[in-house]
Write a protein that binds this ligand. Sequence first.
Ligand code: FDA
Length: 322
Amino acid sequence: RGVLSNPLRPVILTAAKSNAVRRLVTVAPPTRRIVDRFVAGTTRADAMTVATQLLGSGRGVSIDHLGENTLDVGQARAVVGEYCDLLADLGTLGGATPETFTGAPAVEVSVKLTALGLSLGTDGSKIALDHAREICTAAQDAGAWVSIDAEDHTVTDDTLAIVRDLRADFPDVGAVVQAYLRRTEGDCRELVGPRSRVRLCKGAYDEPESVAYRDRAEVDASYLRCLQILMAGDGYPMVASHDPAFVTAVDPLAAVTGRGRGEFEHQMLFGIRDNEQQRLADAGRRVRVYVPYGSQWYGYLMRRLAERPSNLRFFVRSLLSR
Ligand code: FDA
């Protein structure tokens, strides 16, 4: 079952934007069990515990402080402060770098520009850029990487423009592209230059047909085309997918393009295909796990539920049995 095969997906992703559903879901006690599957916890200490465990198991991490669509500059400042504190803490984990990450930071943070103020009216782009710069400076001091998450298509242009600006001063800042967007093949061609880090994912939002492929086979075909472009380019591909088809597609492409094991990485989400993550890491692969934490988990959880009908069935059963 894949990203777009769930008929309830648009309904769940619409509910993701509803304050009424958010209130209902967040007060329901059984919610905790399913939140715990996908989220490291609510505090920075929780994130650090999970990061330490994952590094000890031979995997790298990309930590996401949950939150998006901030409409308040004070809140955006608080997010910057939290990332800077997180990076200071992550900087103390230097000695724990797994062997597969020799020559590259095993620790990264993932950042959503709408959490940094991108949606704050006409100054939003400048505010988000300035905030992102502060986080990149803290990351540099901590020896960590930064990637800028991809959100819905209304902010793709602004997001990629900010990544371009950031890369002038912080060349390792990672971009994220979504294979379901029709534009992404073109974006990949523009992003394959030297030192460019690009995370390729399928895409997790409910997008209109005008901008996105809505058929699973079309999304998969697009993912493969984008993967081929990135693997053949001069940058550093980050293959963010749990789909066995793409996990196994990487090796033959690496062989054709002459890429060694330290010249790309696999990425998966915390709580999803954990055994497979460990199997790949044990086989000497560079594997990075995206670890979200914080109290603003609602939108993230709804996107994970929308991806898999069985997650949703489990969740609804838990709510009904309360
Ligand atoms: P697909 O959905 O086809 O799943 C393949 C298999 O993986 C399934 O058969 C199942 O075994 C397992 N699986 C997948 N999702 C599951 C779930 N929710 N619960 C249980 N099992 C599941 N998106 C975005 O729009 N912007 C972003 O910035 C990011 N960032 C990002 C980082 C990383 C590291 C990853 C792995 C993913 C993202 N995503 C994302 C999410 C991504 O776009 C996509 O929604 C999910 O990864 C699911 O797509 P797959 O490629 O895994 O395939």
